[in-house]
Design a protein around this ligand. Structure first.
Ligand SMILES: Nc1nc2c(ncn2[C@@H]2O[C@H](COP(=O)(O)OP(=O)(O)O)[C@@H](O)[C@H]2O)c(=O)[nH]1
Ligand SMILES: [Mg+2]
Length: 500
């Protein structure tokens, strides 16, 4: 210290050109350290200032989001979370120059070199970024609007297509309905054309036969006397009414004539008509149906019997059609296995009606075929099973035994079956039909009669005889070969047809 002070004084005293030599040691080093510290402070200050200025120039986050949104809208699947691209680099201020570590003399007055954009540059960049962001937003908005319009266009297109398809469907349904109505109308017209004969037409031969002769008496002007009755007796006895019934009718007329109740021919006619009405109605009220009434038992089994050629198979077919039309399901059983043609004939009917048939082999046991048919009727829940049977001559006892066996066997397939035994009688057989009916009834217990071929005979009076002698209801009459020619028997209609 003492030497320094002495040196210091020495400096003051020495000439100026000798100073550098005098300061060349520790004093110069101290001054350099002070200058370096000042420079470090200045640099640190600058750095802080730049950091503050650089922050607002970071790209806005919204831009990255818009880009991602644009990609997503364009259908580019977003990269998985882990593969997200790094966030746009935030521009950082240029690194400050490392402080000089060397104790090189740094000019103190020199200003620091510019390390980042100027505030004006920063503002310009910010404005550019904002403009770019606005442009992208506008692009995005326009793209979205275009997409919306496209979606709307497609939706309208789809709606239009759907509307057209609906119209097409409605048109097709309309056409189908019109076709169905036309077909129904056509069917109805055909059915009307095929409506079959009226009972009066079916009874034409009978009306032209004994009834025409009776009308001859009734139309006369003379008083009714014994000779009138004798004439009537002769006509009735030859009219296939049956002796018993004819006698009954005559006796009733004779009584009334005796009592002077029937003194003129018109009264005689009315009296006969009344008596016949009483017989054929079997005591049932007028208008009551005589048709087979399908009861609650299922299947309702109807066994159709009768001699060969009486019209069984035809009646089974016509009846199947009637029952089917009334909404019942019908199964046919081809129980006539004696004749191959019988099975085929039944199949033709079945096809017409749309009912299935159970058929056995030709010559098979009729009872087993009927059993199978009823069994199937039970299993498949048919409403009605119609059994056609063989009809060799009734005089051959085996036929009746055969039919009794069928009856027993079907009862095993469905307890209570057959529920109806319909006897088919050929009206052209006249009095013979009554004899047949008696035998079938004794063997099988007939529950109803179908009297066929009334159209082909003058022996229609047999109806009166059957009903009077057997008191078995006549349920149907056949007046031709068409389906509609099997008519439910109506007593009042029958009497009207005979007398008018
Ligand atoms: N004219 C007419 N023919 C009938 C009637 N019923 C049946 N037939 C005919 O009588 C014939 C014998 O009938 P079919 O059913 O085979 O008798 P099945 O032997 O008892 O089965 C056939 O040609 C039938 O067309 C009818 O009511 N009127
Ligand atoms: Mg037959």
């Amino acid at each position: 210290m003492v030497s320094l002070s002495r040196d210091f004084f020495l400096v003051r005293r020495v000439p100026v050109h000798s100073i550098p030599l005098a300061l060349a040691t520790s004093d110069v080093a101290g001054a350099a350290i002070v200058v370096a510290l000042v420079v470090l402070f200045v640099l640190a200050g600058l750095r802080t200032f730049r950091k503050r200025g650089a922050a607002p120039s970071e790209p806005p986050v919204a831009q990255g989001e818009i880009e991602r949104e644009l990609e997503r809208e364009a259908g580019v699947p977003p990269p998985p979370e882990t593969a997200l691209p790094p966030a746009p680099p935030v521009p950082r201020p240029a690194p400050a120059p490392a402080p000089a570590l060397t104790p090189e003399p740094i000019p103190v007055a020199a200003p620091p070199a510019p390390a980042g954009p100027s505030p004006a540059e920063v503002a310009r960049r910010e404005a550019d970024a904002a403009a770019e962001e606005a442009r992208k937003k506008e692009d995005y908005r326009q793209k979205k609007e275009a997409e919306r319009l496209e979606k709307e266009r497609r939706r309208l297109e789809r709606e239009e297509e759907e509307r057209r398809a609906q119209e097409e469907r409605a048109r097709q349904a309309r056409e189908a309905e019109e076709a169905r109505l036309r077909e129904e109308e056509e069917k109805r017209r055909r059915a009307e054309a095929e409506a079959g004969r009226t009972l009066a037409a079916g009874l034409e031969k009978t009306r032209g036969g004994f009834m025409a002769r009776l009308q001859g008496i009734f139309g006369g002007a003379r008083q009714v006397d014994e000779s009138t009755l004798a004439e009537m007796e002769e006509i009735l006895f030859t009219a296939d009414i049956g002796v018993k019934t004819a006698t009954k009718l005559l006796e009733a007329a004779r009584e009334k004539v005796k009592r002077r109740e029937l003194d003129d021919p018109a009264k005689l006619k009315a009296g006969l008509r009344q008596e016949i009405s009483r017989i054929v109605s079997l005591g049932t009220p007028p208008g009551a149906s005589r048709e087979i009434a399908v009861g609650t038992s299922r299947p309702w089994v109807i066994m159709v019997v009768g001699v060969n050629g009486s019209g069984k198979t035809t009646t089974v077919g016509k009846l199947a059609s009637r029952l089917h039309q009334s909404g019942l399901t019908v199964l046919l059983g081809a129980g006539d296995t004696f004749r191959a043609a019988a099975g085929e004939q039944l199949e033709i009917w079945a096809e017409r009606v749309g009912a299935p048939v159970v058929r056995g082999k030709d010559g098979a046991d009729p009872a087993s075929v009927c059993f199978e048919a009823v069994k199937r009727g039970v299993e498949e829940k048919f409403d009605v099973v119609l059994l056609d049977t063989a009809g060799r001559l009734h005089t051959k006892l085996p036929l009746m035994d055969e039919l009794k066996k069928v009856k027993r066997v079907v009862d095993k397939a469905s307890p209570g079956a057959p529920n109806d035994v319909l006897l088919v009688l050929d009206a052209t057989n006249g009095q013979n039909a009554i004899a047949q009916a008696r035998q079938f009834h004794d063997a099988l217990g007939v529950t109803g009669i179908a009297l066929t071929k009334l159209d082909g005979t003058a022996k229609g009076g047999v109806v009166i005889g059957i009903l009077d002698e057997l008191r078995i209801p006549v349920r149907y009459v056949g007046v031709g070969e068409k389906v509609a020619d099997l008519r439910p028997f109506d007593p009042a209609e029958f009497v009207d047809a005979l007398f008018e």
